[in-house]
Design a protein around this ligand. Structure first.
Ligand SMILES: CC(C)(COP(=O)(O)OP(=O)(O)OC[C@H]1O[C@@H](n2cnc3c(N)ncnc32)[C@H](O)[C@@H]1OP(=O)(O)O)[C@@H](O)C(=O)NCCC(=O)NCCS
Length: 155
């Protein structure tokens, strides 16, 4: 069974989340958690962490994550970052469930009006299928092409 959960950085699962981020996202662009924190100073402590947890017989395993930076860069707006699903578990709908949980939190309890992300080339369609729209030209970030994609709260 897979559960989507919001955790604090004090949760024992946070270490697994960091390991997943390093393996699936950061190592591809020559970063690790330390250099990520240097590239985005002060950001790690501001994240809300959404993780997909697999109830493995030998202990819970984090197999996906998505992070929310709310009221960034201005009040009412939030940024989705560090979207990653374990290589062995991609294509099972876990990424979709993580984004939906993050949206529910952002547009529900937090009352944000817009969410955006910097989507990597090759995953525009993933966000597009969830109703997010491209709203920028291509730009380079951490050495690879990205576009800004966004979704607004339903009125
Ligand atoms: C991109 C990623 C988060 C998607 O998570 P996932 O769990 O594999 O995606 P899901 O199974 O929830 O897919 C949801 C839908 O998007 C589609 N989709 C997922 N990844 C896609 C891709 N790269 N290109 C096109 N469509 C994609 C799926 O086919 C599915 O379509 P459906 O509406 O027909 O069901 C995951 O593949 C991943 O971690 N990739 C490597 C890291 C990365 O690139 N992160 C994004 C950084 S911006």
């Amino acid at each position: 069974m897979i559960e989507i959960r919001r955790i604090e950085a004090t949760d024992p699962l946070y270490r697994q989340e960091c390991a997943l981020r390093e393996r699936v996202l950061l190592s591809n662009v020559g970063l690790d958690m330390a250099s990520f924190q240097e590239a985005f100073p002060g950001i790690e402590s501001r994240f809300e962490h959404f993780v997909a947890v697999f109830d493995h017989p030998q202990g819970e395993r984090v197999i996906g994550c998505a992070l929310l930076l709310s009221n960034y860069p201005e009040p009412g707006v939030g940024k989705l970052m560090q979207m990653a699903v374990d290589e062995q578990r991609q294509g099972e709908g876990i990424g979709r469930r993580l984004v939906i949980a993050l949206e529910e939190r952002a547009f529900g309890e937090l009352g944000l009006q817009e969410l955006f992300c910097h989507a990597r080339e090759g995953v525009y369609e993933f966000y597009g299928r969830l109703g997010w729209a491209i709203d920028s030209e291509e730009f380079s970030e951490v050495g690879i092409p990205h576009r800004r994609m966004a979704i607004r709260a339903e009125r």
